[in-house]
Ligand binder design. Structure first.
Ligand SMILES: NC(=O)c1ccc[n+]([C@@H]2O[C@H](COP(=O)([O-])OP(=O)(O)OC[C@H]3O[C@@H](n4cnc5c(N)ncnc54)[C@H](O)[C@@H]3O)[C@@H](O)[C@H]2O)c1
Ligand SMILES: O=P(O)(O)OC[C@H](O)CO
Length: 347
């Protein structure tokens, strides 16, 4: 089995990169995890633990770790990217030509501005000869690393690449479903982070489960409305990378975006909330980018507007909640309209 697996690289030694690399190593895939810090790399190689990002998780001893980016990429066929969106292009710019012919799979759930670019768009720009896919779904790193039964989605119009990813990553604890809607899968993964901040905020303010259910369901309507406007397939949002990821991120205190919201609800400033987390919460930047895009495109996104007003326009929370709760009450289920590609306005 080991001999049949293609060699793989994972770039990014945080929570998700380490988790993915370890899952691959456990599958007998020859895998090298690239990260920048030599001391951290040495510690992982020596102790088989990433004590900062996955404390207490014993990593497979076959997992190789390197700080040499080009050496990591030599001879591999698949490259998973788990670099925060803020550094994504910078890393790609160093390695674009070296990715020619390889399968490059982004797992990063963010959006680049200017241009409202998905991470896979950046891969296409910086590595035009790579084969491109994205991986997204309800995938809390710590649970996956601990072996929790999990499902994810690999999306690409390159069906052979989807099969290769299913082959190396699928296991008894991880099911990897395929999709051809790369844009929808990627958009779902980025957008849900914004609603997780709202959900964490509501939880820490003592709001009940009715409220949380309303938030998640209206979030799904709102993100689907935006995605359809942008050309994604609405059905994608009924799958793992849509409602699946929205649920886990809005429900789990493990979610870093939820944690930022929770801290905000306790009265911490945005800066304090992000600093206390000490890890990536992509939803903060996505909120800015998304609000701007929704305004430009004229897409009605009351939850996004409300959170933006609280975080960046100094509007008091009670005033924003009052505005949301007194907005015109329109349709519950918009999916029929989405499917006909004539989205209704308003909720
Ligand atoms: N953690 C999860 O549960 C999870 C699950 C699915 C997807 N993701 C996505 O994966 C991406 C990475 O998140 P994470 O959870 O691994 O973040 P993290 O905060 O746990 O780790 C980020 C890592 O990126 C590294 N990094 C930062 N700047 C870098 C640069 N310029 N070059 C190389 N490395 C750099 C940091 O050193 C750190 O190791 C995010 O977009 C996130 O949305 C995370
Ligand atoms: O911890 P978060 O909020 O970045 O979410 C992690 C994953 O995206 C959940 O699928």
């Amino acid at each position: 089995m080991t001999d049949q697996k293609v060699p793989v690289a994972v770039l990014g030694g945080g929570s998700f990169g380490t988790t993915l690399a370890n899952l691959l190593a456990c599958n007998g895939v020859p895998v090298t995890l690239w990260l920048r810090d030599q001391q951290v790399a040495d510690a992982i190689s020596r102790e088989h633990e990433n004590s900062r990002y996955l404390p207490g998780i014993k990593l497979d001893e076959r997992l190789r770790v390197s700080t040499d980016l080009m050496a990591t990429l030599a001879n591999v066929e698949l490259v998973f990217l788990a670099i925060p969106s803020s550094a994504f292009r910078t890393v790609l710019q160093q390695i674009g030509p070296a990715l020619a012919g390889k399968g490059v799979i982004s797992t990063t759930k963010g959006i680049e501005q200017p241009g409202f670019l998905m991470m896979s768009d950046i891969v296409e720009q910086e590595a035009p000869d790579a084969r491109v896919a994205v991986l997204s779904g309800p995938n809390l790193a710590k649970e996956m690393a601990a072996g929790a039964l999990t499902a994810t989605v690999v999306a690409s119009d390159d069906e052979a690449l989807c099969r290769e990813v299913q082959e190396v990553l699928g296991s008894r604890s991880l099911r990897v479903y395929a999709s051809q809607d790369r844009y929808g899968v990627e958009l779902g993964g980025a957008l849900k982070n914004v609603y997780a901040i709202i959900s964490g905020m509501a939880a820490s303010m003592g709001m009940g489960e009715n409220t949380r259910s309303m938030l998640i369901t209206r979030a799904l309507a709102e993100m689907t409305r935006f995605a359809v406007h942008m050309g994604a397939n609405p059905l994608t949002f009924l799958g793992l990378a849509g409602v699946g990821d929205l649920i886990v991120t809005c429900m789990s205190p493990q979610s870093r975006n939820y944690q930022v919201g929770h801290a905000l609800g306790q009265g911490l400033s945005l800066e304090e909330s992000v600093a206390r987390l000490g890890q990536v919460a992509e939803g903060v930047n996505t909120l800015k980018v998304l609000k701007q895009k929704a305004d430009e495109e004229g897409v009605y996104m009351p939850l996004v507007s409300g959170l933006h007003a609280i975080l960046f326009e100094q509007q008091p929370l009670p005033q924003v909640i009052g505005k949301l709760m007194s907005a015109e009450q329109k349709h519950d289920v918009e999916f029929a309209a989405f499917m006909a590609c004539t989205p209704l306005e308003g909720v």
